[in-house]
Write a protein of this length. Structure first.
Lengths: 400, 400, 400, 400
């Protein structure tokens, strides 16, 4: 019998839950795109998008998704044949490398596997080895959406400085912006890529690239920056259409405005803290379950390297797939598949899943998801220790 | 710090959570009310409203709320000075009595208090005592929304039959229809009153009265049946406007159509079973908490007399009020106040609350609400035993 | 071939076009009805509802439609057997009389037919004839939605004063409030009835009764005022639920708030002026068409007695029905049926129609409706003179 | 005084009016993007998108706008340094040329000015002159959104065939798809570019490129086809994410599904005919106004070369700008600016405007817009002859 009929909770790591306020703001007729209220409203997005990124730098907005954001960054940072150093801690780091390679960029990947953080020593060594400074930029994910590993960006900046290498630092915050603490200017980041459908709580369809003055100088030299990708006209538009290189994503702008209002109302420090506590509740539950079944384990052993917006875990095949199905069809919770840990054709694939706690998420949503997971494990006979829900509630009690 | 920013869950016993499908269906421009699609659609509501009530009888629909439903029932069942026997198990039974009294009906109340079910022996005795058959109808709640006591309607029918009394049986299912099992025809009910904002999952604004052929005969004799309340023209309308005695509630009709579709898709037996399991999860949690703090207790001791859509409980003053505030502001869950257990000016008022599990509700919503409650009790230092969340999840695991 | 696919325009005299802002405001989950933001918002409705009515008097709100509003007024103004004088200028005046009669009130109707205004001499004479002051109130429509005749309320007040009769004056502004100038206090009106689905631009479901201090005194003496209808607890509620005698119409409250904001933003004088100009455009078109086909005529000859929110007209049977069908299926405009001018079983019924210009309506909507009507008359071969559209546009040009 | 308060009508040539059905369909929470209903629904879009384009060929979908569509076409049709022949009849043809040039393509433009159609003789001559077949593709607009000139695509195909040149034919139908007749396969078109916010009635955010087998073969040889633009993985995706090169535009997919349903329900031939008649109504009005003021003129003299979705016209400066302002603030109609006819810094700019009759548009909307324009011209004292509205209504009467 199903107990799922009610409001479903989509706990996948993007698109995240869109707030009712955002959906309502998007439910409106087309506006005039040449003059009037839309133009004024859109102007208000710039300072807030800079604020959420922690920068006073430049910004280019795109109709596109995260992959478009990567391509936009690549196109302005590199000319064909120039070199990128990609630090990969999961599938999305590798995908960014593929994006760059597919554009004709010479890509060197430092692959740290799927469960370990970036080894800063290796980064520093690789940069030192590049005596000729062929590497124009270092690309990495802040939180890899697949492995859920978080990279210590200040430490990375320190490693690059220690190596005395002039490469720019480009960071993918697609899975972390508006969830995990990120301070672009303070941390010495030159380029940051994000999209709207995760911490920014807006349906998929927009990508953003923030960039420093140093990155702006480089983009003028790129021969990959085609009209759609070029930062210049978007960041320094004289007419509204140039911001979007054509027609603006009008519905999305209304949604984004509302989402940014929500972030402003709550405050960024509080948003980060909320994600930290809810992530802690999820981790406490896994720690408890695990004691009864060591096959249950979070993908990242050290909490310092776990993203606060999503947690990848393994339950052993086929337990993860069966649990996902149970939670969706019996309990009203849709968990994320385990991405990039094993091919979907490999039986091992069914051993992984991800629990998102991203964006528009509160104690009720996260604790409820954990409770449904426990009910599912019990119902399916997946061994696990008790006490997980109490432990998670305890984290919430202390954090609130 | 607040962990409430995310989708709020309103766990009060009505208005209940309106499904997104219903809200979407209501978001449309005004229709033609004289001919065309609205008229055709509205015709489809009749069989489904009969189905949900378990009757092949008559139906009158009203723009109104539950109180309007009471007044509609009263106006057609009685003439001024005729007698009603009201069986009260909480505030709403008493309110129905007040509604009848305010219309000039002679009301006799059998008040069973706020925590006990109807005593069928007393009912039978009262009817036997009415040798002259002045009592025209017996009025009672199926589930009193305030006390959450459920009345055993087949047993009541049996008591009336045993007394050999010809009074009609009128039941208020406002808090139970579409949640708790109810079979109007099988159970020998003559009149049933409900509204749209609870198990029917539509915003407040419509009331319904289903009535048997015997009740139809009586309504012709009533001198209280003013044009707005009279069953006749609504139940037997020749023109569309007569169904609503004027302009129809057009938006609500679209919403109700969608809500009935959802009930049809799930099936009524399954809807009842879902409520039964989720209620069981809530009860299991209270049973566990209680062992650590006997002040925590459900209002109704015997599960057989608890409604499956809402659970009233006491935590001791001021714990209930503080917990409600914590859950709403810290966890994203709004619980119901304790209604009718103590005046709001009495300190004891702050010792009661209600947890709804009504209508569009699933395992995630209910388990999440319980988990937030436990976090709140911990945070506020309200003594309680552990194991409640595990117990609730266990009930879900077994029930699903 | 149909040219209707596009945004349909419903030009019937209620429900009127619901603004997108209002629909959006109503698209939200259920709020807490015991405390919090809804309660605060609802409090803001009172001063604005008084403002729109032009009164500092009392107000009772109902879940209901216009017929409920009538019954609410009747129930508080009269006891059984007391006398009402109804001034009828169309179907809705007669219906209000029926409502009163059905409640046991002794009703005297002055019927002025379907195309003529109230004859104030007859009113004064009738009141003078009631030497014993059995008439407790005079009931009339400000604009009868069916005949579209407007009553001169200040002249009526003067006639009542001239007669020296103490009867209260009760006016139905269902079709005029928020469209046609109305000043309750300045005009000496004691009771005013309206509903939300016309000039108040909210889906059907709420009725309102404003009442003077004199009317308030009377309501305490009525024996018809049952708990649902009684003004007292609604107008002087100590708890929120009392305003609505039970659960509030939560969705509607959000819609009404938005609609009142729109009226406030535009200003009432401007709203009235807008309706006056648009009505003038419609009348100019009919005046032009008529010269080529005297069968085409507005129902009310003297513009001073035409409502500014809707215009009833005849085209000769079956022209009106055929034109309505053409406009809806070919042009995207739904016109109103001719109500109360002939029974729907009478062939003459097909000679009448109504064009609404009510509420959320602008030059584009009204001029477009007229243009579609002219296209339809041409296509169907209904004789009419040219120049109507130019004349209507001229009225708009001068009025804007 | 403003007569604009009511439903505004946005008559600009895109984004067009979004149907309420489409907005409603988009108002929903995020779906699972890895499995389940979204995936199934999205599969149904392919045959309908082929149907609307008149092709059995290939299709690549993009999160992007029309400019993204151009870049996607360019990237797959050319390698750097290869040659394009662009036939320009207005600003958007020239913009496509700029897009290609900015990507490193060698562009030859045949510019036919802003008011004249493509001269097929010149095209044939240019192709014959390219004896070495350096030209890989001919690019042109079907309807240039700025000049509103329509290109005779079958005649163009014939000219290319007559020249015996192997270049592919690529057509921009951004302003015409779903409005003006277009038959990709029958007309021998190799590549067609469109976006969703005009005839496809969905908010801006998606671009589409349909391509023939011959074009598919060419795309494999391009060195411009970066991962985001490459047709291959999108058109032949094995996994859902590949269709969108990352996260899909989930909200838009629901909207597009509804919009395609609407086109299916109406039928493409009927959709085209509706646009033809409504365009004819607009043209009739301009023909009438013009006789009183020769400064008023449509941009394209020969109706055979006018797009059926939008009409560019001149009124003389500053009349056009003043009329646009009047219509928006007084009448509720927003007209389009005159794009590309004069720089916005040139006083002549204020002499041009565009009237859209595109997508979700019916007789009421178009006739109403014309009537508001006439009222505005009268109010502002812009000389014009009468009879325009009657003439437009006559076209509708005959066409319906």
């Amino acid at each position: 019998m199903s107990l799922a009929n009610g409001r479903p909770y989509l706990a996948i790591p993007g698109p995240s839950v869109i707030p009712d306020r955002v959906l309502r703001a998007m439910h409106r007729g087309s506006p005039n795109i040449y003059e009037g209220p839309l133009i004024d409203m859109a102007a208000s997005l710039w300072p807030d998008l800079r604020w959420v990124a922690g920068t006073t730098g430049h910004l280019a907005m795109y109709i596109g998704n995260g992959h478009a954001g990567w391509e936009a960054a690549n196109a302005n940072l590199f000319s064909r044949g120039e070199k990128a150093l990609v630090l990969a801690t999961g599938q999305f780091g590798l995908s960014w490398a593929n994006s760059a390679r597919g554009m004709g960029i010479d890509v060197e990947v430092l692959d740290f596997g799927k469960s370990a953080p970036v080894d800063m020593g290796r980064v520093e060594a690789a940069l030192r080895a590049d005596a000729g400074h062929r590497i124009k930029a270092v690309l990495t994910t802040h939180v890899d959406t697949a492995s859920t590993i978080k990279t210590d960006i200040p430490a990375l900046r320190a490693a690059m400085d220690a190596a005395g290498h002039p490469a720019l630092l480009a960071v993918d915050c697609i899975a972390s912006l508006g969830c995990d603490e990120f301070r672009m200017d303070d941390w010495g980041v030159d380029v940051m890529v994000a999209a709207c459908q995760k911490g920014l709580m807006t349906p998929p369809g927009m990508a953003f690239v923030w960039f420093s003055e140093a990155a702006r100088e480089r983009c003028g030299k790129s021969d990959l920056a085609t009209p759609y990708w070029a930062w210049g006209p978007r960041a320094g538009a004289e007419e509204f259409w140039q911001i979007w290189n054509g027609t603006a994503p009008t519905s999305h702008l209304f949604g984004l405005r509302e989402a940014l209002d929500m972030l402003r109302e709550e405050g960024l420090a509080q948003v980060w803290a909320r994600h930290r506590v809810l992530a802690g509740a999820v981790w406490a539950a896994f720690d408890a379950w695990n004691a009864g079944n060591p096959e249950i384990a979070m993908n990242v052993a050290d909490p310092a390297y776990r993203g606060c917006s999503v947690t990848a875990a393994r339950l052993g095949a086929p337990h993860a797939t069966r649990l996902r199905e149970w939670c969706e069809t019996k309990g009203g919770v849709t968990l994320g598949i385990g991405l990039g840990m094993a091919p979907s054709t490999d039986p091992a694939y069914h051993g992984f899943l991800r629990v998102a706690h991203m964006g528009h998420v509160n104690a009720h949503m996260t604790l409820g998801a954990l409770a449904v997971m426990e009910a599912g494990m019990t119902s399916l006979g997946i061994p696990h220790r008790g006490g997980a829900l109490a432990a998670a509630a305890e984290v919430v009690a202390k954090g609130a």
